[in-house]
Write a protein that binds this ligand. Structure first.
Ligand SMILES: C[S@@+](CC[C@H](N)C(=O)[O-])C[C@H]1O[C@@H](n2cnc3c(N)ncnc32)[C@H](O)[C@@H]1O
Length: 237
């Protein structure tokens, strides 16, 4: 178990990271990727979707509302509680429980789709490899993975490497105690290289890798809406 308690203490018990709407990119990638799903499940109510690191359920409620059989796990008890309450308030049926990436409470080959919306970056590269082995265990053959991973061109990593943002190096492209910005107070952060993705997702036939970046040129709100991430879609071989 390598869950950093900062998520519980600094984020979710403070009721942070609660969004009203799902991440826009996830919505379009999710529906565009359904064409690749090669398991037997055809009807939405038979397609089991698991989000690992589901947080406060920002993305799960809408997948449930669209008629899929929806599951989520997160290491933070507070996040799971908030997610369950918000889904109940929206009257959508989800199955969210507290658990860790390295021990998913599901049978082998039981899920059709596994989503990771910026969750499996919270560890060292060897942690992340183990987490995806575990995700692979619960994914059906022909099942889909949709993973969003902060990339090594992320503006915060660039600032760290240029000495403009203080952080403690754990290993290559992996830092903790990031002094400010969106990774502040959230434990270990790993930024993935493009090449690394092929090793991490070697159990998949990779269908898409998208370099998704957001660069704000003019901003009066100081929202820090700058990021760079890979979006990976793959089908389990
Ligand atoms: C950036 S948040 C993303 C939350 C959600 N996917 C979203 O899009 O709103 C990362 C999530 O991963 C969870 N997490 C980090 N390490 C974990 C671990 N080892 N096991 C389970 N959950 C973990 C955190 O609690 C947090 O909710």
């Amino acid at each position: 178990m390598s869950f950093d308690s900062s998520w519980e203490e600094n984020i979710y018990s403070q009721k942070k990271h609660i969004n009203r709407y799902p991440y826009g990119e996830l919505v379009s990638i999710f529906f565009n990727s359904l064409q690749f799903l090669a398991t037997q499940a055809r009807d939405r109510e038979d397609i089991k979707v698991l989000e690992i690191g589901s947080g406060t359920g920002n993305n799960l409620w809408f997948i449930a509302q669209e008629g899929f059989k929806t599951y989520g796990i997160d290491g933070s008890r507070s996040a799971c509680k908030i997610a369950n309450e918000l889904c109940e308030a929206r009257n959508v049926k989800v199955n969210i429980q507290q658990a860790y990436f390295d021990n998913l409470p599901f049978d082998d080959e039981s899920m059709d789709i596994i989503i990771d919306r910026e969750a499996t970056y919270c560890g060292t590269l060897s942690d992340i490899k183990l987490w995806w082995q575990e995700a692979n265990r619960v994914l059906k053959k022909g099942g889909l993975i949709i993973s969003f991973k902060f990339s090594d061109t992320n503006p915060d990593l660039v600032k760290i490497k240029e000495g403009l943002l203080k952080a403690q190096e754990v290993e290559a492209n992996t830092y903790k105690n990031i002094e400010s910005g969106s990774f502040h107070n959230t434990g270990i952060v790993h930024f993935s290289t493009y090449d690394e993705l092929f090793d991490l997702f070697s159990f998949c036939d990779i269908k898409l890798i998208n370099a998704n970046t957001s660069t704000t040129l003019y901003d009066t709100s100081n929202a820090q809406y700058n990021y760079a991430e890979w979006i990976i879609v793959g089908v389990k071989k």
